[in-house]
Design a protein around this ligand. Structure first.
Ligand SMILES: [Zn+2]
Ligand SMILES: [Zn+2]
Length: 288
């Protein structure tokens, strides 16, 4: 019954999920999903394992990735589907992104320590629960240690852009990110646009227009936490700018409790029919 549903947004232990790539695929089989895309942050290390397991279980595993891009409006996430994980150019750029992240966090620790805050990287890593380390984990430790009374205060005083503990984060711009996905023979899809804007305001449309001019192929119109209004708005925009629909749960295992693979908070349903147009689009970027 379920086998017409898919999930085009998932994470494994190769980034910040809690299931290994093969566990994830086995779980998808339990859920009777027909296909999933593995879209780990900034990396493709989980793909071989997931695809091999998918082959054994008869589930299509679409090779994907989720990249952060910098835009004056804020950081955005762009998904790549059907990327060729052997392209050296692509792998080099991914390595660059990973390296930038690995160097950033220890530098934040240094800056905070220079301000007299006794905090170690081990503590921050522990606060992340084993996932990717980011500024919210620094904030958590600062609260635990009583340096600030809330996460918000931690950001205001130390961690936000311009604050004394802030370290610039390297990212490519949207156009470069989309180009990087195309070069790897993948289709580029804007993920969960609501994270960019506080409200579903008129600000979104010019951005979608701009990105589609830059070559964006699709828009994530189904997502675990969208409201009906958001989903409707994104579908309208996708149609208007001729972007392919995509959808997924953003499953992270135990790191995002309440978000289940394939079904999100229970209502999520992404149809298998959406795979083929994305595949065709990716093929158009022809990596031989
Ligand atoms: Zn994301
Ligand atoms: Zn994600």
């Amino acid at each position: 019954m379920n086998d017409r549903w898919i999930d085009l947004h998932t994470h494994s232990t190769a980034s910040d999920g809690t299931l290994t790539p093969s566990e994830l695929v086995r779980y998808a089989a339990d859920k009777r999903l027909r296909a999933i895309a593995l879209t780990d942050h900034d990396g493709v290390d989980g793909l071989d394992e997931a695809i091999a397991e998918g082959g054994r279980l008869g589930i299509e595993v679409i090779p994907g990735v989720e990249l952060s891009a910098d835009h004056p409006a804020g950081a955005m996430h762009i998904l790549g589907f059907f990327v060729n994980r052997q392209r050296t150019n692509f792998l080099d750029r991914l390595r660059h992104l990973q390296q930038a992240r690995n160097e950033r966090n220890p530098r934040i620790v240094q800056k905070l320590r220079a301000l007299g805050l006794k905090i170690t990287y081990e503590e921050v890593r522990a606060a992340s629960g084993g996932g990717l380390v980011g500024r919210p984990h620094f904030a958590k430790v600062l609260v635990q240690k009583g340096y600030v009374s809330s996460m918000q205060e931690a950001f205001e005083r130390y961690l936000k852009k311009g604050a004394p503990g802030y370290v610039e984060k390297f990212r490519f711009g949207p156009q470069e990110t989309i180009g990087m996905i195309h070069e790897a023979g993948g289709a580029a899809v804007l993920a969960h646009p609501f994270t960019l804007f506080k409200e579903d305001s008129d600000d979104l449309e010019p951005l979608v227009k701009e990105l589609s001019t830059a070559g964006l192929d699709g828009l994530e119109v189904i997502y675990s936490t969208y409201s009906h209004e958001q989903s409707r708005l994104y579908r309208e925009l996708a149609e208007k700018y001729e972007l392919l629909p995509s959808g997924g749960s953003d499953f992270h295992g135990a790191h995002k409790p309440g978000i289940d693979l394939g079904f999100g908070q229970g209502q999520l349903r992404v149809p298998f029919e959406w795979v083929e147009p994305l595949r065709r689009k990716a093929r158009g970027y022809g990596v031989a």
